[in-house]
Design a protein. Structure first.
Length: 280
């Protein structure tokens, strides 16, 4: 005779266990591989002059917001077309921490249109493949030398090296293939891997040193700049968020948090049981 009651309870236990495992697997996916894919897709959907609300729809609530003054190219100051006027404008800078993966930063005008935005990777688990004009590069993986040498007639590259902070940024312009935008790539201490521009002193850094650094340093930040922004007023500091601000945010791995919670939930009753038995 078959015990149908036992089979029903066994089936229910199996289904419950499978449902629990599915929930655990789904949570892990959403917090790791799935999250990386969503962030990369969201990043590829933004562009200069999109609305701030559009960015929040894809990346959620931001963490930091402040004002920053930059320079924009204005109308010519006279009849000579070579006369260039630079106007100071105040932009709203907003920063999103992408979990443990990195940071997204936008610079918006008074109409809340995005004029610039940057992406920084902060872990080896996040290596997004992004566009730099007509080129496709992988952050954390590709060195600066994977892109063409910066035009010596252009401004830059920019570099800063202090007692504990450093930044490097270079400009690339590709005309129509790059959407007539300015593309800046670089290395920041807010991202990884870390590669300080050792050897630069002030604004003097010879061409051989720059070439050697470009071969060794891997890109961890990319900045897309809309037309009319003077890069001298934003680089190299705006290639990524300010490390002194973002490093104070405590971020933990979801899997580690779950395991730690389970460990303490099991440990507490065991310690109470041991304590009671010691008193007997």
């Amino acid at each position: 005779m078959i015990d149908t009651g036992l089979n029903v309870w066994t089936l229910a236990s199996v289904l419950t266990a499978l449902y629990t495992l599915y929930g655990v697997a789904q949570g892990w996916w959403n917090a790791s591989l799935g999250k990386r894919r969503r962030l990369i897709r969201a990043y590829r959907r933004i562009a200069p002059y999109v609305r701030h609300e559009y960015v929040t729809q894809h990346f959620g609530e931001l963490a930091w917001e402040h004002k920053q003054t930059v320079r924009k190219y204005g109308a010519n100051g006279g009849d000579d077309e070579s006369d260039v006027v630079l106007d100071d404008v105040e932009l709203t800078v907003r920063t999103w921490p992408l979990g443990l993966l990195g940071y997204l930063v936008t610079w918006c005008n008074e109409g809340d249109e995005v004029l610039m935005y940057s992406l920084t990777t902060g872990t080896r688990l996040f290596r997004p493949r992004v566009s730099v004009g007509p080129h496709r590069i992988t952050l954390r993986k590709k060195p600066l030398a994977a892109l063409p040498d910066p035009d010596p007639h252009d401004i830059g590259p920019w570099h800063e090296l202090g007692a504990r902070r450093f930044r490097y940024a270079e400009q690339h312009y590709f005309g129509n293939p790059g959407g007539y935008l300015q593309w800046a790539v670089g290395v920041s201490d807010a991202g990884t891997p870390l590669a300080p521009p050792i050897g630069c002193e002030g604004n003097t850094w010879a061409t051989p040193e720059v070439a050697a650094y470009r071969r060794a340093a891997r890109i961890n930040s990319v900045l897309i700049v809309g037309p009319a922004i003077d890069l001298d007023s934003v680089l190299p500091r705006s290639i990524a968020p300010d490390l002194d601000t973002v490093r104070l945010l405590e971020l933990r791995y979801p899997a580690r948090v779950a395991l730690t919670s389970k460990y303490h939930s099991v440990r507490r009753p065991i310690r109470r049981w041991i304590s009671r038995n010691k008193d007997v």
